[in-house]
Design a protein around this ligand. Structure first.
Ligand code: 5GP
Ligand code: ZN
Length: 113
């Protein structure tokens, strides 16, 4: 997607603070961190949101969660705890329409659910 900001970050056309990359995903620091650790984990394939995921993306979605766990360990927050958030659609407050998961840690968070 030529006009997608996260596709441009993945391609390196927009600079980012990369935390991790493999053949399926790219992870980088959020530009406006909401916690001491705030990393975005995004699939390299452009999907607008979770609604665009199909059964063929099952392995990718599992890989994203296991990547989150690995990054939590690498960043030293695995044992203290961390939160994974996906905002899907307008009512959830999604602002960038390339599927992504927030990894938040380094603080205590109030519960929404
Ligand atoms: P959403 O609100 O869609 O769940 O999350 C989008 C996130 O992307 C926000 O937390 C926002 O700060 C982050 N973001 C938006 N543009 C950029 C950017 O150009 N670079 C980085 N690193 N993060 C961005
Ligand atoms: Zn994209």
């Amino acid at each position: 997607m030529s006009d997608c900001i996260f596709c441009k970050i993945i391609k390196g056309d927009i600079p980012s603070q990369k935390v991790y990359e493999d053949e399926l995903v790219y992870a980088f620091r959020d530009i406006a961190p909401a916690a001491p650790v705030h990393v975005l984990i995004v699939p390299k394939e452009h999907l607008c949101c979770l609604n665009a995921a199909k059964p063929e993306h099952q392995a990718l979605l599992g890989h994203i969660l296991l990547t989150a766990q690995k990054l939590a360990e690498d960043l030293g927050v695995k044992d203290d705890g961390y939160r994974i958030i996906n905002n899907c659609g307008e009512n959830a407050g999604q602002t960038v329409f390339h599927l992504h998961f927030h990894l938040l840690a380094g603080d205590t968070f109030s519960r929404l659910v």
